[in-house]
Write a protein that binds this ligand. Structure first.
Ligand code: AMP
Ligand code: MG
Length: 427
């Protein structure tokens, strides 16, 4: 394998001291490949899993020509184009109980939604527009051939892919698969992610807070986000800023995980040995991404036993809790989806909204402010969620979107149009 860092350094616009968000994301995605393991699961167990192979339809759906409405099944050519037509009622077709006879000239069959079309029928007239007089059914003018008819194979045809590989299965796909009579599907195995926090100041839950200490919150937000994305999470706890402990954690993580996520320890002025260790145990690039929050980040591979061994991708996220979440949304989420085999990768839903407050912003970096959306007379408005410090996790909790301010953007005036990324439901 060509050295990872070599590949990176040859990439267009590669400047580890000032990478744009888009560039960093593209570099990461260009290196990752989906995990190859597969599992065979019953449809219900496969919710939110990623399909490993196309589901080929074994049948036509619908399997028979049938009626889309309750009404009268008839032959279009029997109808008088200029006025009413009188037809004789000769029976009823129910869903699951067909009318066995044939619809001949000047006859009609009462038909229910989903009932198989009797022979000869090419038009269904909805009940509401008709009248009956004894056995006679009176059909008004203005009908069309083929109206209210569902032809067999209209939804899906036998032998064709009904759901493509790479699809993350949602309720709609589960329904489609069930509609084919298929009981099991092949999905990719879950992405395994090992997770630990670094920092001598970190204190675990359930222990009293020592002077100068902070509770380790990052492991909880990360665990939540990874779990929501369908990962198998290996939680390795807090690791002290101690070379031996960190080395042991990396070695252990790299034997079983596809990716390792750490928080803290990658910023300027951090205990340098963490960065040295990462480099020593694999190939890791330290990036200063032109974004706020979330500037420092490490990305690379940890391969403690050399190449072609077990090994894992490393995402060394910053320590500040908001920076952790922002970098996760911008880089880790697409990376996990790529590893999981999701194809095509979804875009972040982004759209313009009117910003209800002025925002101070320096040029040169992309800022991800947290905001809440509302609709005002049919137009989207966004309001920043109070204090935007990279340690203020409340700003994430209150937010349903990021206000994305590009590098060239300066201060935002009240009522200016800004781009927002909707995060609700993404993780
Ligand atoms: P660092 O990137 O290690 O310099 O950390 C930056 C800031 O984030 C410091 O204030 C840390 O105390 C804080 N921090 C680091 N890790 C965590 C964590 N796991 N939970 C909460 N805060 C953290
Ligand atoms: Mg630290």
């Amino acid at each position: 394998m060509t050295s990872l860092l070599q590949t990176l350094s040859c990439a267009d616009g590669y400047d580890p001291d000032s990478l744009s968000v888009e560039r960093a994301r593209a570099l990461i995605l260009s290196l990752l490949q989906p995990v190859t393991g597969r599992e065979q699961l019953f449809v219900r167990q496969a919710l939110d899993r990623v399909l490993a192979a196309d589901v080929i339809s074994p049948i036509d759906v619908p399997a028979h020509d049938n009626s889309a409405m309750d009404g009268w099944a008839l032959r279009f050519d029997d109808l008088n184009p200029a006025g009413e037509t009188r037809l004789r009622n000769i029976g009823t077709a129910f869903a699951g109980r067909a009318f066995e006879g044939k619809v001949d000239a000047e006859t009609t069959v009462r038909i229910m939604t989903g009932a198989v079309l009797p022979e000869g029928v090419d038009c269904v007239v909805v009940q509401e527009v008709t009248r009956t007089e004894g056995d006679t059914v009176i059909i008004p003018a203005g009908q069309r051939r083929e109206q209210n008819i569902r032809r067999s194979g209209e939804d899906l045809s036998a032998g064709k892919p009904a759901v493509p590989a790479g699809k993350k299965l949602r309720p709609a796909e589960m329904g489609i698969i069930a509609s084919l009579g298929v009981a099991e599907v092949s999905v990719r195995r879950r992405v395994r992610v090992a997770l630990f926090s670094t920092g001598d100041e970190l204190c675990s839950l359930g222990t009293p807070l020592a002077p100068g200490a902070v509770y380790d919150s990052n492991r909880y937000t990360l665990w939540g986000m990874l779990t929501r994305l369908g990962c198998e999470v290996i939680d390795m706890g807090v690791v002290k800023d101690n070379p031996a402990a960190i080395e042991a954690a990396f070695r252990e993580a790299a034997t079983s995980a596809d990716a390792i996520i750490t928080s803290g320890g990658v910023s300027v002025g951090e205990a340098d040995f963490i960065k040295q260790l990462m480099t020593q145990l694999g190939e890791v690039a330290f990036w200063k991404i032109a974004m706020k929050p979330g500037r420092p980040m490490a990305f690379g591979r940890i391969e403690p036993d050399g190449q072609n061994h077990s090994g894992a991708w490393l995402f060394g996220l910053p320590g500040n809790p908001v920076a952790v979440m922002v970098t996760f949304y911008q880089f880790v989420r697409p990376a996990i989806l790529k590893l999981a085999g999701v194809d095509p990768l979804p875009d972040f839903p982004t759209f313009p909204a009117r910003c209800t407050e002025a925002i101070k912003k320096g040029k040169g970096r992309t800022e991800f402010q947290r905001g809440t959306l509302s609709c005002d007379n049919g137009a989207w408005c966004v309001r920043p969620t109070g204090a935007q410090g990279s340690g203020v996790l409340r700003s994430m909790s209150e937010a349903d979107c990021f206000i994305v301010l590009p590098p060239e953007q300066g201060n935002v005036a009240s009522d200016e149009i800004v781009q927002v990324q909707l995060m609700t439901g993404l993780i």
